[in-house]
Design a binder for this molecule. Structure first.
Ligand code: ADP
Ligand code: ZN
Length: 722
């Protein structure tokens, strides 16, 4: 009798055994349908003997598999990656497998689907809901459910619009092949340094072996052009390439640039895809016909048939760390995937993480440097503005020195960028009369005023309320004051200072889709914007030759929390945003507003001595046994009931193991003590490098019980400590 082990997509279940009926063929990796109680579930056949801890069921009680799904099996290297990820991040294998099977419709047999789009004709009968739906849908196309979501209305409203002729059905073939990018379409002439770098990348790609490599090039050095040559080589070899980008907003400019070089766009994979697009991409990736895939971190777990190259662009970005569900770091998992697939992994960054530099120092990663900007562009000149000595007047945030520099820039017809990593208008609203502060009812956080949308919003849970007119406590009139600046407030100040200038606010509120990002790039490149005010979203990847001035409104903001990576992150952010200045022929200037001119990170930014900054930071980590010299892990216990959360955390705390080389701190209420209505407690584990901290935690948590309502999350190599 043949018994097969199956991992289902149900994260609450471990591996299950089934009987393979006569005549059914199901190799490891096959996607199958299995019975589970009265239901049917999708699963993947795994090797015999995998997951030795799984419960085994007697032969006579095995139920037969129902059928196999007509899709390529999950390849062995990806199965190994799923096992590794589950094991390393202490996640259920099913939760990791879900990321590989990220499109359920990809598993269905149908080859076409009915989607809907606006006809442009007004409906026979108009209502505010219908009007809203049509306006928001615009030229988009999708399933009824998808259009209802976009339009913010019910399915019934969309169906009504179909009946009325304002929306029509379109038949979409799901499996039209993607055009294949042409490696010889339009190669660029590389500089001698770029040529040398790309020759090495091409050589590694051709070798079809695992090799991580840090492509360490200053902003504007042409890292993208250089790794494009490795992609061209992979294409010529008939192998697939994967490019991971930190932010969905970056994909559109990337797609255009790619199309210029290769004649066609790559296949994009991100959360904004419609169901039919997802299926098409998934199928083509699994069939090996999607040759170049670009995506956010979730593209990492897709079932590439022939992966020959992985690139992680802006590899230092912390958004590669997933903060819920499976809490993996896409940069680290990308390196593991390269090992499983036996292909090179290129980490590109102007400001690599200390962890990455350390791997270079250990000779585990190769390094290629591009120390100069392409085409003779100079690095910008950097100035500090001491906010203690020459501050702006009260209630303003832009110091006179920066205002003067902005004026000069505008007079020359050039563009300026102001950077402040805070969305909205003001981070706190309070009542001048009674002192009431607007706090989120679900989180330990202030409600942030958003003037553009006339709302207060919680940036943790998304709770919003209409902008209040009066204090809800004392009902005093005109007593509410906005405290501190966000980008919207800076933009207001800019408008008051330069009434004629055209400003653009760039945050995740305004650039929420690739299309919006493309529009922004068009506007700035076409000269329709004079001053950009933005959050960390503008620090990444953009190339605007006429942008010559960057102002950092508050360089000290990121240092306040004081966590492990505060200085490193501040350094990276400011170097990246500075890197937007003077990328063309005109030289750039950067002004950094700070109250901490003596802080090592600010000094390093002003002197440009990044080598020294990295050396000191690294030494600090070594002394503290912090990553990469030691390891951290966190256990986060949460419950909607405050007592329950506290008690569970203490039960876990009391069961703490005594292990040499492991220190355990807490439990303590988390800095973000309540999040989305759940009370949170944290335990921090600090271990020496050689300790298998996962094993310690697995054994420890295996001894403790908690209620079903309590969530216990483990965060290995945490980036967030709140
Ligand atoms: P980085 O990613 O290192 O900041 P990019 O790859 O974005 O740099 O390159 C900066 C700019 O210089 C881009 O507009 C790019 O097209 C241009 N560039 C770089 N190298 C070349 C080259 N060899 N030929 C033409 N343009 C180049
Ligand atoms: Zn909240």
């Amino acid at each position: 009798m043949s018994r097969v082990r199956v991992i289902t997509l149900n994260a609450a279940l471990g591996p299950l055994d089934y009987r393979l009926p006569h005549g059914m063929v199901a190799e490891p990796g096959s996607i199958v349908i299995a019975p589970l109680g009265p239901r049917q579930v999708i699963g993947v056949v795994w090797e015999d003997g995998s997951f030795p801890d799984a419960e085994t069921v007697g032969d006579n009680r095995l139920r037969p598999l129902l059928s196999t799904i007509d899709a390529p099996p999950i390849p062995a290297p990806l199965r190994r990656l799923i096992e590794w990820t589950a094991n390393y991040y202490l996640a259920p294998p099913a939760a990791v497998l879900r990321m590989a099977l990220a499109s359920v419709s990809a598993l269905e047999g149908a080859r076409s689907v009915t989607e809907y789009r606006a006809t442009g004709k007004p409906p026979l009968r108009n209502t505010p809901k219908r009007e809203q739906a049509l306006e928001r849908i615009g030229e988009r196309q999708g399933l009824v459910r998808e259009l209802a979501m976009i339009g913010g209305v019910s399915d019934a409203v969309i169906r009504g619009l179909v009946k009325d002729g304002a929306i029509e059905a379109v038949e979409v073939s799901l499996d039209t092949p993607f055009p294949v990018p042409d490696p010889a379409f339009s190669p660029v002439d590389l500089s001698p340094e770029q040529s040398a770098a790309s020759a090495r990348l091409v050589e590694l790609t051709r070798a079809e072996k695992f090799q991580p490599l840090l492509l360490d090039g200053v902003t504007g050095s042409g890292k993208t052009e250089v790794y494009f040559e490795a992609i061209a080589e992979a294409l010529a070899m008939g192998k697939q390439s994967l490019v991971l980008l930190p932010e969905i907003a970056l994909t559109e400019p990337f797609l255009n640039r790619f199309a210029k070089r290769f004649g066609h766009e790559p296949v994009a994979w991100h959360s904004g895809l419609r169901q039919s697009e997802r299926r098409r991409a998934w199928r083509a990736i699994a069939a090996g016909s999607a040759m170049v895939v670009v995506g956010a971190r979730s593209a990492l777990f897709l079932p590439y048939a022939r992966l020959g190259l992985i690139v992680v662009d802006e590899a230092h970005e912390t958004s590669f760390k997933q903060e819920d569900g499976v809490r993996y770091h896409a940069r680290d998992v990308a390196v593991m995937r390269g090992m499983m697939e036996q292909c090179p992994v290129i980490l590109a960054s102007a400001t690599p993480a200390i962890e990455t530099r350390h791997q270079v120092a250990l000779h585990r990663y190769e390094e290629i440097r591009l120390p100069a900007r392409y085409g003779g562009a100079e690095m910008p000149e950097i100035f500090g503005i001491n906010m203690l000595e020459s501050p702006p007047e009260r209630g303003r945030w832009i110091a006179p020195t920066l205002v003067a520099a902005m004026k000069e820039t505008l007079e020359k017809g050039e563009q300026a960028l102001l950077f402040l990593n805070r969305r909205g208008y003001a981070p706190l609203t309070l009542c001048r009369h009674c002192g009431h502060r607007f706090q989120c009812p679900n989180c330990t956080a202030w409600m942030v005023e958003h003037r553009l949308t006339h709302r207060l919003a919680c940036h943790h849970c998304g709770h919003v309320i209409p902008a209040p007119r009066e204090c809800p406590e004392c009902h005093a009139d005109d007593s509410l004051v906005a405290c501190g600046p966000g980008v919207e407030r800076i933009a207001d100040e800019v408008k008051a200072l330069f009434p004629g200038a055209r400003t653009a606010i760039v945050t995740s509120d305004t650039l929420w889709s690739p299309a919006k990002a493309a529009e922004f790039v068009r506007d700035v490149s076409g000269g329709a914007v004079d001053i950009i005010v933005g959050t960390q979203l503008v620090t990444k990847g953009y190339h605007f030759p006429n942008l010559t001035l960057v102002g950092v409104i508050d360089a000290d903001l990121g240092l306040e929390g004081g966590d492990l990576r505060a200085a490193e992150r501040t350094f990276q952010q400011i170097v990246q945003v500075s890197g937007r200045a003077g990328r063309g022929e005109k030289p750039g200037r950067v002004f950094i507003q700070t109250r901490l001119l003596d802080a090592p990170v600010i000094k390093a930014l002003l002197s440009g001595d990044s080598a020294r900054f990295y050396a000191t930071e690294t030494e600090g980590r070594r002394i503290a046994h912090a990553p990469p010299f030691g390891r951290f892990a966190a256990i986060i216990v949460s419950d909607t009931d405050a007592t329950e959360a506290k008690e569970a955390a203490h039960r876990i705390g009391n069961a703490r193991p005594e292990v040499e080389g492991v220190e355990i701190y807490g439990p303590a209420p988390a800095p973000l003590a309540v999040l989305r209505g759940r009370h949170r407690h944290r335990i921090l584990i600090h271990a020496r490098r050689q300790i298998d901290v996962q094993d310690v935690i697995r054994a420890w948590l295996g001894t403790v019980q908690w209620k079903a309502s309590t969530r216990v999350a483990v965060d290995i190599d945490p980036y967030s400590f709140v």
